[in-house]
Design a protein. Sequence first.
Lengths: 610, 93
Amino acid sequence: MKGYTGKYLRVNLGNGEIKSEILGEDVARSFLGGYGLVAHTLYNEVPDGADPLSPQNVLCLWTGPVAGTPVPVSSKYIMGARSPATGFIGFGISSGGIGSELKAAGWDGLILTGRSEKPAYVFIQNGQVEIRDASHLWGKTTWQTEELIREELCDDEIRVSSIGPAGELTTCLANITNDRNRQVGRSGMGAIMGSKNLKAIAIRGTGNVEVAHLDELMEYCRDLYQRCRGPATEKYRVLGTSANVLVHNRLGCLPVNNFQKGTFDQAEAVSGETMLATMVKKIVACPSCPIACDHINEVKDGPWKGTVASVDYESLELLGPNCGVADLNAITKAVELCDTLGIDTISAGATVSWAMEAYETGLLTKEDCDGLDLRFGNAEAMVEAVRRMCLREGNLGALIADGAARAAEKLGQDSYKFAMVNKKLEWGAYSLRSLQTATLGFATSVRGACYLRSGSYQVDIKGKVDRYHLDKTRGKVVSDGENLYAIIDSMIICKFTRGIYKTNDEIAKVIRLVTGWDMDAEEMIRTGERIHNMAKLFNLRFGASRKDDYPPPRAFEEKMYDDVSDGAIINRAEYDEALSGYYQARRWNEEGIPTKTFLEELGLDPGLGV
Amino acid sequence: MEENNGHRTVKVEFFGPFREFGSGMDLVVEGDLTFEQLLDRLVQELGEAFRGRALKRNTTYILNNKVIRRKGLSELRISPGDRMAFALVLGGG
C-alpha cells in the first residue's frame, strides 16, 4: 500500500503491552487517514458510556497518506478521543514535524489505551517502542518537556508532543504542544493524556515513505509549491492570519467584549499590521511548507519583557478584543502561558471574557476573583486569569479551568446565556449574529463550536450571501464544506493551501499520485461524506440530538450594538429552517439522525440509523 | 480656519499589503464616483503602482460594511460620506 506504512502501534499504558497492527487497505481507502481514522477508531473502540477521563477512553494519533511525502504542508497529525469538554468526538490537528517523523519511523498511527500507574512517556524510534518513566517531567511546561526529553535521549532531532500542568490537572481546555508553537487544540485532548498519566510522545524516524508515482508527484508538487508562493496564500505570508483583525472590524464581525459587539475602537492597536511593525521577531514555517505563516512575537519592554510566543488571529482576537484588551504585549504573554502551561487559546479567551462579563454584571465579585479587578479591558487581569485557569489556582482558577459552559453551570443565575459555546466548546473568533452562515456551521460542527469543520464563514465574509439572515440553502453550503474539509483533514494537508487547488479533482490527483488508487473527485467527496457521518454516529452513540446543534442564547435574544452591525440578531425561525435544510442536505431526519439506507450506501453501520 | 469637508469626502482605508501606500486617505469628491473614477483618483495620489496592486485577483473591496464582489465593481457607485477599504482576500484564522 503506497503512501502508508500499512501498520500502526497499539500501546496499553495499563499493562505495558505494545503491539504492531495492520492498517488494512479497505479501511485506508474508506477513511483515508487523519480525521477519518480518528472517527473510525473511536466509533469502533470507545465503549458505550466510557467516561472521557477514565482508562476506558481511547486516545489515538493518526497521520495521513501524504505525511512524509513531498506534498506541500503535509507534515500534520491528529489526535482524537471522546472529549472531556463536549462528551462527543474530540480531536485536534497540529502541524510541525510529528506527522512526517512518525511515518519515517514506520507507523501510520498510534492507539493508546488504559492508564499508566505513574507518569510516563512513549518513545518511538523507528521499530523500537518503549514506555519510559516521566516522573521527573511531571509539572514541567511543554517547552521544558521537549528540551528535557531531547537531552535525556541525546538527540536534538527527536520530535515531542507533550502536555503542560493543565493537562496533568485534566482541565477540559488542555491541549497538546509540539515543536514549541504547534498545538493539538480544542476539545481537551491534553486532559486525556493527563488522565492516562501520559506526559509526552517522543518520536524519531529515519525511514522513507513510498509513493505510487514519484516522478509525476514531484512534477506536480513543483507546480503546487509555486502556487503556494502566489496570491492564494499572500495573506498568510505577509501578516499571517492576524490580517483578519482590521477587516473583520470593518465588517462588524470582530467579537468584542464576549461577543456583545462586532467592532473594537482600538482595533488598529491590536491589528496584524501593528503586530508586524512592532512585535514580530521572526516568521517561521513548518516542514515542507513554502508559505511560512507562523508569526513569532517578542515583547520588547514592560512587565512581560522577553516573552516570546506565536500569535495567530484566533488567539489574538479572543484574548484581545473579545476581552476588551488592546495590549499586544499582554496578549503575547497570555498566549505564551497557554502554550507552555498547556491550554487552548480560543477556549481560554472565550472563557475569560465570560468571566469578565459575569464580573461586570455583578454575578462575580472581586472576592470571587481572589482580588482581581476583572473588567473588560484590564490587560493585567486577563493575563493573571489565564495563568490561574491553567493551574486551577484559587477560586477563579477553579471556577473557569474547565471552560465557560462548566463555569456557568457552577455560577448559575442565567450566566449560561452569555457562555459562548456550542456542545460546551467555546466559540471561535467569528461574530455570531453578523456572520450567520458561519454560526450554522459552528453549531452543527461535530466537535462543538468550530470554524475549521466547514469554513462556512467564507460565504458570509466574501459577500456571497446575506450574512445577517439565514435560509434553507445555507445547509448545503455547510455540508459541502464539511465533506471537503473532512478530506483535507484526513489526507492531512494544511487548510491554508486549499486555495492553491483549482478544483476538487486537483486534490484527488494528489491522492491518486501518492496512493496509486484511481480515486476521482466524486469518490473523494463521497469519502468525506462517509467520514463526517462516522463522526456523527459517534456523537449519536453518546446522546447527540437536534438540541445540540444550536448557538448560545445570545444569538437569538440580544441585538448587537456597534456602528456597523447594530441591531443584528438571529431570527429563531430562520435558524430552525436553515438547520432543517442542513439535515436535508446531509440526508438526516429532523432530529439529525441518518437513515439506515443512507448509512448502508456509505458502507457504515446502519445500527444507529432510523 | 480648517475647512470641514466631511460631507463631501470618501474615506479610503488600506489594510494588509496596501499599507505600503499608507493607512488610507480622505478624498474630497463633488458627487458619486464609479469604481474606475475612484481608482483613477487614488492612482493620481499614489502612483500607477497602486492600480496594479488594487486590481490583483486577491484584492478584497469593502464599501462601508459590505464586501463588493469583483463582478459588481463596474456597477459600483461610491458616494460622499462612504468608506471604501482595500484588503487582501479573506480566509480562515
